[in-house]
Ligand binder design. Structure first.
Ligand code: VGL
Ligand code: ZN
Length: 209
């Protein structure tokens, strides 16, 4: 980055900063709400802000409760591959699915919802977990002329990583602002995500925001 900082072709993409991913929520990410002051400073610094919102039907197949005998953080084989099973979270229309009340969401130009198909999860804001069903976000961002995307939010090792990696695949420059993210870290997922981010060519910013 030059000292001219952000350009009109830059966008801030904030992943899943929702009540259920913060302390008190159904799938609370440790320290999830700690990112909010820094995220709000990022929002002030960018011209364009895009939000993603995890948005599941109540009987979503990624929920452990839909798999008798299974518990959260177990895995299940789905038609598209191995899926981690989660506590029931971010159910459409519930408090848990709302953005955190201290997130400065007013300025957001676009809210992309994901995970709304019962049979398939969507970590990435670009592609569902089959890696082929598009959410439409890449087309939207290209149409808007954005070239460089900065990612922050929850959780680093699932939806942030998947989105930042898919951004590269879609032809964007992709940067993760790590201080403005927190991870779940189940079964080594944090170390795995860092490896995948590096291998994909995603840049990381590690300083305070
Ligand atoms: C997420 C697990 C399930 C995330 C969403 O936002 O990282 N993780 N659904
Ligand atoms: Zn989810």
């Amino acid at each position: 980055m030059t000292d001219h900082s952000f350009q009109p072709t830059d966008a801030l993409v904030l992943i899943d900063i929702q009540n259920d991913f913060c302390p008190g929520g159904a799938l609370a990410v440790p320290g999830g709400d700690e990112i909010i002051p820094g995220v709000n400073r990022l929002i002030d610094a960018f011209q364009s802000v895009i939000l993603s919102q995890d948005w599941h039907p109540a009987d979503h197949r990624s929920f452990a409760a839909q798999h008798p005998g299974k518990a959260p953080y177990d895995t299940a084989e789905m038609p598209y591959g191995t899926q981690v099973l989660w506590p029931t979270h971010c159910v459409q229309g519930t408090w848990g699915a709302e953005f955190h009340p201290r997130l400065n969401a007013t300025k957001a130009e676009m809210v992309i919802r994901k995970g709304y198909r019962t049979g398939i999860d969507s970590y990435s804001a670009f592609y569902e977990n089959d890696k082929t069903t598009s959410t439409g976000l890449a087309g939207y961002l290209r149409d808007r002329g954005f070239r460089r995307l900065f990612f922050a939010g929850l959780a680093t090792d699932f939806c942030v990583a998947a989105s930042a990696i898919d951004a590269v695949r879609c032809g964007f420059e992709s940067v993760v602002v790590h201080e403005a993210c927190r991870g779940i870290d189940t079964n080594g997922s944090m170390a795995d995500a860092h490896q995948r981010l590096t291998a994909a060519g995603v840049m990381g910013i590690y300083g305070p925001v």
